[in-house]
Design a protein around this ligand. Structure first.
Ligand SMILES: Cc1cc2nc3c(=O)[nH]c(=O)nc-3n(C[C@H](O)[C@H](O)[C@@H](O)COP(=O)(O)OP(=O)(O)OC[C@H]3O[C@@H](n4cnc5c(N)ncnc54)[C@H](O)[C@@H]3O)c2cc1C
Length: 412
């Protein structure tokens, strides 16, 4: 019989944080996840709160305590948001920079905009828009998502306090259809002296630039080593411009998170979906995991749902309405589909906030506001009440609610 103290469904940032937090409370934890999480597709930037009521925030914590009732931050409280970020700093270690400040950093994006974020990979640090060294952005003919000259123009027009130029170079050796992991691999191993070939291609464009930004492909296993070698040869700081999907910074973060989970004794099972459950007396008894053609019961005392939001299908929409597909939880939403959207494309769309409503213990609530199952909690993108894309709050919500859900599950 497959049995654990805590079973976490979903292996993204929220599920991983919940599993780690429960394991650290001494629980026997199993994490079951179906497909890749948004970690591998997101930029690797850890947003806590970039905007509040449309205003850019210098300090992400200045408005965390002002969120409306039902927002995940309101449910868990500001201290939990800070504790979630502390946990992240500990897990990410040298892979990330920025833990020295409580302020949002302004990070240039591959589109040439500037994004406020609470934590950024160390590989991104020399590219911050608040520094003033002259910048050269380098794109590659074969990676068409990053148009470096265009991004440079956008940044300059946005009024950044430094000169910025962009150039498109040829990446030696690789074919047009090479995956970004292949770029990272040849740079990791310095295959056929690729780093020197790259430097030769870029040097004529360097001019007075003191920092050079590349798409985020500078190594998977040894990113610091790759950056250092390029920086030494170019005589300038080297940084990555967050890009994706898919995203190397996200993959590096996932590697680190899963290594820490294994070290903490969490049993991780990926590739199989949870497809059903049995409940009695207001408690989940077990979930059914689809393995080959069988439905295998997984028993646990406590469950954490961390299956993500609309993008990852943790929440689904159809003509019949909005659903949470694993436990068939109630998802508050207007009956009339026309009320899901605003007329304006970039308006304040209600659908962006769709998700499960929870009590302050993160237990999902039914249509009458009563707890659905006493031993089920929800965390991360599956929660409603936040528009993570507009607020720039996605990772902060996953960290804060994942930590609270995992700890409470283990303590119950
Ligand atoms: C393209 C993109 C870019 C983003 N950029 C940023 C950014 O720059 N900064 C930021 O802070 N946030 C960003 N976000 C938001 C951020 O990634 C999310 O808010 C995130 O943290 C949500 O994590 P999660 O763990 O809740 O869900 P997810 O990452 O979606 O993970 C859910 C997991 O659950 C699994 N799952 C789903 N259903 C089942 C099932 N039935 N059985 C088993 N497993 C299941 C999925 O396979 C997946 O592994 C971005 C999101 C996207 C999509």
């Amino acid at each position: 019989m497959i049995e654990s103290d805590v079973l976490v469904v979903g292996g993204g940032l929220a599920g991983g944080t919940a599993a780690l937090s429960a394991a650290r409370e001494g629980a026997d934890v199993r994490l079951v996840s179906h497909k890749e999480s948004t970690l591998r597709h997101a930029s690797g930037l850890i947003d806590v709160l970039g905007y509040h009521d449309g205003t850019l925030l210098a300090d992400p914590f200045s408005a965390v305590g002002d969120m409306p009732e039902g927002h995940p931050y309101e449910r868990v409280g500001s201290a939990a948001v800070e504790a979630g970020l502390d946990l992240f700093d500990e897990v990410a270690g040298d892979l990330y920079a920025g833990s020295h400040t409580t302020k949002n950093a302004l990070v240039p994006t591959h589109g040439g905009t500037v994004k406020p974020t609470a934590r950024y990979p160390a590989s991104v640090a020399p590219g911050l828009a608040s520094d003033d060294g002259e910048m050269l952005l380098v794109g590659f003919e074969t990676l068409t998502d990053f148009d470096a000259p265009l991004a440079a123009d956008h940044l300059q027009n946005a009024g950044v306090p430094f000169e910025v130029r962009g150039v498109t170079a040829r990446f030696p050796m690789l074919r047009a259809d090479a995956k970004i992991t292949r770029y990272a691999k040849v740079l990791d191993t310095d295959e056929k002296g690729i780093r020197s070939q790259l430097v030769e291609a870029i040097e004529p464009h360097l001019g007075d630039a003191t920092r050079v930004g590349f798409p985020a492909v500078l190594g998977h296993d040894h990113p610091a080593r790759v950056r250092e070698a390029l920086a030494d040869a170019l005589g300038a700081d080297v940084f990555e411009v967050p890009s994706g999907p898919p995203s190397l910074p996200g993959m590096r973060l996932e590697d680190v998170l899963f290594a820490v989970l294994r070290e903490a004794g969490v049993t991780i099972e990926t590739g199989n979906p949870v497809v059903g459950f049995e409940a009695s007396d207001g408690r989940i008894d077990h979930v059914a995991v689809k393995r080959t053609h069988q439905r295998v019961p997984y028993f646990a005392d406590e469950f954490v749902l961390a299956t993500g939001g609309l993008v990852g299908k943790g929440i689904t929409t159809s003509r019949e309405g909005v659903r949470e597909p694993v436990f068939d939880l109630h998802v508050p939403h207007p009956e009339n589909r026309y009320d899901w959207f605003e007329d304006e494309a970039f308006g304040d769309h209600p659908f962006a906030r769709f998700g499960v409503a929870v009590d302050t213990d993160l237990r999902p609530l039914d249509g009458s506001g009563a707890v659905e199952y006493a031993n089920l909690r929800a965390a991360g993108g599956v929660l409603g009440g936040a528009d993570f894309a507009a607020e720039k709050s996605g990772s902060g919500i996953s960290l804060a609610t994942g930590r609270v859900a995992g700890r409470r599950a283990a303590q119950s």
